[in-house]
Design a binder for this molecule. Sequence first.
Ligand SMILES: Nc1ncnc2c1ncn2[C@@H]1O[C@H](COP(=O)(O)OP(=O)(O)OP(=O)(O)O)[C@@H](O)[C@H]1O
Length: 336
Amino acid sequence: MTASIPDAAVHVRTLRKSYTVHDKEPGFMGSLRSFVRRKTHQVEAVRGVSFDLEPGEVVGFLGPNGAGKTTTLKMLSGLLHPSGGEVRVAGFEPRRREAAFLKRITLVMGQKQQLIWDLPALDSFLVNQAIYEIPDAQYRATMREFTEVLGLEGILKKQVRKLSLGERMKCELAAALLHRPRVLFLDEPTIGLDVNMQESVRAFIRDYNERYGATVILTSHYMADVTALARRILVIDRGELVFDGDLAHLAAQGSAGKTVRLQLRQPVTEAHLARYGSDVRVDGLSAELTVPRAEVSVRAARLLADLDVADLTVEDPPIEQVMGQLFGRGREVERV
Ligand SMILES: Nc1ncnc2c1ncn2[C@@H]1O[C@H](COP(=O)(O)OP(=O)(O)OP(=O)(O)O)[C@@H](O)[C@H]1O
């Protein structure tokens, strides 16, 4: 049964964050000079970002390194105070960090851990039960559910330091969601995990979202996470939101071409296929090439007429390629 969560929405308007960075000249004398006469400059990490999330939405938050993703998530969870703009999460103003707000959200940072290193994960869970005042019956029910979905059996009583990275990440997620938050800020939750472990973390997030109707913002460098979980994508670049829309639109905007995949009955050379498109790759009787979007049907018809084709499919290019093209060629992306 899906628990209904009416107020789990995120509202962000012209959100800004600038950091004051102290400049230091190199060497000992430089340190002394900086000490006496402090020079600073401002880093505009987030420059007027606006978006709204509906309850239950799962959104992929993408952008190159240093784009402002973590800074935004920290402001949404109240760890950082905005320099300007407006934020409401589940009806609360995050910077106030009220207890009722903290019970409704969670922030998981794949690169930071909250579990106590020298104790079994179970002990950290009990600490969280106390902090979040989780009633015993709810704690037991959630533990049963998480143990099953995440496969935690047998690892909860091991010292955290002895767990593998994947096992630890599963326990981190369980600890972070034990209080059944309504809004999840997940910053690289699968970083460093192998493919199987990434898949089980994804399955857990999907299950949690469906079961509790939670709102999820997810950053990840693994596009598979994003494509598997999110339909809507926000792209941030140099502190500005440059795209807000669905994945298919992003692919259409980011790439001028489509990928045509061919299964052939007769071998063909790359040079020959280059007449029909660019980025040609041939592997035995399989081939792929990129053709301009506007000419997909004409080129596909020519390929079918000229070659002995067993199968032909047309796809958007992989999202990694789209992102590479977007950020490679600057900021021509628009909102849709
Ligand atoms: N505490 C800080 N002091 C000064 N500058 C900072 C601080 N934290 C982040 N920045 C700068 O703000 C900008 C945005 O950083 P942020 O960590 O939000 O980006 P990101 O999109 O999460 O990047 P990544 O994908 O690499 O984690 C970067 O230029 C970064 O160097």
